[in-house]
Design a protein around this ligand. Sequence first.
Ligand SMILES: C[S@@+](CC[C@H](N)C(=O)[O-])C[C@H]1O[C@@H](n2cnc3c(N)ncnc32)[C@H](O)[C@@H]1O
Length: 245
Amino acid sequence: MTQNIYDDESFFRGYSALPRSVQGLEGAPEWPTLQAMLPPVQDRRVIDLGCGFGWFCRWAAAQGAAQVAGFDVSERMLERARQETQDARICYSRADLEALSLSPGAWDLAYSSLALHYIAGLPRLLGEIHRALVPGGALVFSVEHPIYTAPRQPGWVKHSSGRPVWPLDGYLDEGARSTDWLAKGVIKQHRTVAGYVNALLACGFSLQRIEEWGPDAAQIAAHPEWAQERERPMFLLMAAVRQGG
Ligand SMILES: C[S@@+](CC[C@H](N)C(=O)[O-])C[C@H]1O[C@@H](n2cnc3c(N)ncnc32)[C@H](O)[C@@H]1O
């Protein structure tokens, strides 16, 4: 069953205070890497799965997208997205990605940022996205990296050398993880890197690019507190294409 934690009042308050919620795409350190994986969006029909506050929907429209549809299960996220959007090409809908159905062959680009690691039925959703894309259409998404989602008790621990280490366990055991992030008992779905890749291939996607995001030297110079994020990747970014056409 879908948890819809973003509609929890205290979780929503915490999430709304994060830099990415205040500054939008510029506050998301992985955005430059994800942006570089996108095809041109000019005149394209775009869907954003788990669109949150609609930052990407508005960016795509500003780049000249013909039509943008944002889907999210959270009323609170959608309420703010609608408040901050004045563009007739963008339409937001409340939808649970676990059950979403899309018109076949109706979209050129499917995008999702940090939402698909909440989805237990990812193979079904990827099949739905594949059918919804035109041949040659692209799927570009980010998720929390499997090394980040795997541990049963995520959090840095101090190695005997004094260095912080990330306790990787449970990596091969795919499935739900309950974590305490902004609220107690937030449910995410852990998958291995092979799990993501094989789920895409099983639907007929062709994998174009994969990135394991960590801050680069310039980002660490600007944000020294991010240096620890180079010890393990935080985000997994993937670009795939529906074959044919
Ligand atoms: C980390 S936020 C990312 C929001 C936005 N994509 C961004 O990058 O700013 C994850 C979003 O996924 C949505 N989400 C989680 N599970 C979902 C589901 N089952 N169906 C639809 N949306 C979901 C949440 O409500 C939330 O808005």
